[in-house]
Design a protein around this ligand. Structure first.
Ligand code: T5A
Ligand code: NA
Length: 215
């Protein structure tokens, strides 16, 4: 029996851009309004062994070499890759909170000559590619004011966030731009939610029309 495969959506952005809020709403809408099976995932997934090491690093409880932590973030995605592939092939859509673009830009923001784009991109080559990545773009001075301000985690500082935003721009220009739709995240939650739902709806329609099947 053949069926349509699931769609793979990534939500990217700076800290506090509204990614988790929108992922949860999009997943609920795909499930309840579009009646499609869907699963939500996030990176880093702090529950796995690599995720626990990442969590300790982000909390500032441990120091980890810059290349090593980059590889751990990447490994954290590779661990989940077989499941993502399997879900999509079985017709379940997957909505992911952060993906390899975050991996690249937070490492490039460290501005080390020996941590290049090519190196940072390399270890994620071969991961399942999303059908679409929405980049929630928000000025860090506005992001900072959301939800009671930045927390205590390693990158939650305005200077770091400004650098990260610059790197997102650089990376989206460099490659994969056709996979990425930048959205101005300085809008009410419900408005952004509607936009993302509309996109998902039209994508499912297109997939059905073009008979986007997997045996
Ligand atoms: N990292 C991650 C790497 O270095 N390498 C990698 O490979 C990866 C994957 C992980 C950290 O690790 C780094 C990046 C990060 O620094 P995380 O667990 O993903 O961090 O946490 P954050 O992304 O920092 O999560 P946040 O919760 O801070 O940001 P979100 O998810 O973008 O924002 P959200 O939805 O939780 O909303 C934040 C606040 O704003 C409000 C919400 O109610 C909440 O209070 N809000 C809005 N307010 C006004 N208008 C809107 N439209 C709003 N939307 C949400
Ligand atoms: Na989040």
């Amino acid at each position: 029996m053949s069926h349509l495969r699931g769609i793979f959506i990534v939500i990217e952005g700076l800290d506090k851009a509204g990614k988790s809020t929108q992922c949860a709403r999009l997943v609920a809408n795909i499930r309840d309004k579009l009646n499609k099976p869907v699963v939500q995932m996030r990176f880093p997934d702090r529950t796995t062994p690599t995720g626990k090491m990442i969590n300790d690093y982000l909390k500032g409880d441990t120091e980890v070499d810059d290349h090593t932590i980059h590889l751990l973030f990447s490994a954290n995605r590779w661990e989940a890759a077989p499941r993502i592939r399997e879900l999509l092939l079985n017709g379940t859509s997957v909505v992911v909170d952060r993906y390899y673009w975050s991996g690249i830009v937070y490492s490039l923001a460290k501005e080390r000559d020996d941590l290049t784009f090519k190196w940072a991109r390399g270890c994620d080559i071969g991961l399942p590619m999303p059908d679409r990545c929405f980049f929630l773009d928000l000025d860090p001075t506005l992001a900072r004011q959301r939800g009671g301000g930045y927390g205590e985690e390693r990158y939650e500082k305005e200077a770091v966030q400004l650098k990260v935003r610059e790197k997102f721009e650089f990376v989206f220009k460099k490659e994969d731009h056709y996979h990425v739709t930048p959205l101005n995240a300085n809008m009410p939650v419900e408005q952004m939610e509607k936009m993302l739902l509309k996109w998902a709806e039209s994508y499912f329609q297109q997939a059905t029309l073009s008979g986007w099947k997997i045996d």
